[in-house]
Write a protein that binds this ligand. Structure first.
Ligand SMILES: C[S@@+](CC[C@H](N)C(=O)[O-])C[C@H]1O[C@@H](n2cnc3c(N)ncnc32)[C@H](O)[C@@H]1O
Length: 286
C-alpha cells in the first residue's frame, strides 16, 4: 500500500450513516477537547453560548413549567450546563450522557453548588431508567446527528419514559443551514497537537452532501502512531419532515420555532426547535 492508497481508503466515501470504530465522545483526548469547547462561554462548537443557554432554559421553562412538569430528563447533557440551569429553575433533573469526562465535571460542579442532579452514564439509544418524566430535552441538534433508524429508536425510548401528555423539546438544523454547507476538502498540519489528537498530526477534512438532506464531515487524523477517521453525519429538516418523524413516533407537535430559545421560525432560520407532547395513548394503546 502506498501513502496515496492509505489516504484514499481513509477518505473513501462511506455508505449513508456509516460510522467508523474510532471512539469519539468517550475518547481520552477528544473528550478533553470537547469539554474545553463546552466550557467556553462564547464558542458554539459543542454547546451554545452561555447567554443563549440562559434564554433557552427560560423558553423551555415557559413551554413546560416545573410546576406542571417537575421531572426533567436531559438527553446528551454533556457537562451539565443546561441541567444546572434546569435544577436552579426548580426541576428534578436526570442527565444522561456517554462521556465519563463530561459527567465527572457535571457531578463535581453540581455538588459544589448543592444541586441534586441525577447524572447517569448511558447511551440514550439504550435508555434504561425507572420512573416517568414530565419533560425530556435533547438540545443542540444531536437528533440530526443520528441515522433514521436511531432517531426512531431514541424517540421510542423517550416516549416510553414520558408520562402521557409529557413534553419533548429538541432542536435540529434546518434545510437553510444545509444551503450554507460547503463541499470541500481541506487539510491542516498540527505539529503541536490539536482538537483531534494530543500529538503532532495532519488533519484532512472532506465535507460532502448525501441525498435526502444529509451531510458528512469525514475527518482523517494522520499521526506518527497511525491514522484514524471519524464520520460526523447531519440530517437537515424542514418543519414538515421533523413533524412527520415525531408524529409517527406517537407525539403531537404543539410548537415549532426557529431556535431552542424560541426565536420565530422563518425560511432564514438555521435551526428548528420543537415542543411535542406524547399522545395520551399511542398507536399501541400505551
Ligand atoms: C453537541 S453536545 C450537546 C450537549 C448539551 N445538550 C448542550 O447543549 O450543552 C452532545 C452531547 O451528547 C452526548 N452524546 C452523544 N451521543 C450520545 C448517546 N448515544 N447517548 C448519550 N449521550 C450522547 C455527547 O457526549 C455530548 O455531551
Amino acid at each position: 500500500m502506498t501513502l496515496y492508497d492509505d489516504l484514499h481508503s481513509l477518505l473513501k466515501p462511506p455508505a449513508l450513516y456509516e460510522r467508523t470504530d474510532a471512539a469519539f465522545w468517550d475518547d481520552e483526548h477528544l473528550s478533553r477537547s470537547m469539554l474545553t469547547a463546552h466550557l467556553d462561554p462564547e464558542f458554539e462548537g459543542a454547546s451554545r453560548s452561555f447567554a443563549f443557554m440562559d434564554r433557552s432554559a427560560d423558553w423551555i421553562r415557559a413551554a413546560a413549567p416545573p410546576t406542571t412538569h417537575p421531572r426533567l430528563l436531559d438527553l446528551g447533557c454533556g457537562p451539565g450546563l443546561y441541567a444546572e440551569r434546569f435544577a436552579r429553575a426548580g426541576y428534578a433533573v436526570t442527565g444522561v450522557d456517554l462521556s465519563p469526562r463530561s459527567l465527572d465535571y457535571a457531578r463535581r460542579t453540581a455538588g459544589e453548588q448543592g444541586l441534586a442532579i441525577d447524572y447517569r452514564r448511558q447511551n440514550y439509544l439504550e435508555l434504561d431508567l425507572d420512573g416517568a418524566f414530565d419533560v425530556a430535552v435533547m438540545i443542540y441538534c444531536d437528533f440530526g446527528a443520528l441515522s433514521t433508524d436511531e432517531r426512531r429508536i431514541v424517540l421510542r425510548r423517550v416516549r416510553d419514559r414520558l408520562r402521557p401528555g409529557g413534553a419533548l423539546v429538541l432542536d435540529v438544523f434546518s434545510r437553510r443551514k444545509l444551503e450554507a454547507f460547503e463541499e470541500r476538502t481541506v487539510w491542516e498540519d498540527h505539529p503541536a497537537g490539536g482538537f483531534w489528537n494530543a500529538g503532532p498530526h495532519l488533519e484532512v477534512q472532506r465535507c460532502c452532501r448525501f441525498a435526502d438532506a444529509v451531510s458528512l464531515e469525514q475527518i482523517a487524523v494522520i499521526a506518527p502512531e497511525g491514522a484514524t477517521s471519524y464520520h460526523l453525519w447531519n440530517t437537515y429538516f424542514t418543519p414538515e419532515a421533523l413533524s412527520a418523524e415525531l408524529e409517527e413516533a406517537g407525539f403531537e407537535v404543539v410548537e415549532l420555532v426557529g431556535d431552542a430559545a424560541g426565536a420565530p421560525l422563518d425560511e432564514t432560520s438555521p435551526t428548528i426547535a420543537v415542543v411535542a407532547r406524547k399522545h395520551a395513548t399511542g398507536a399501541d394503546g400505551r
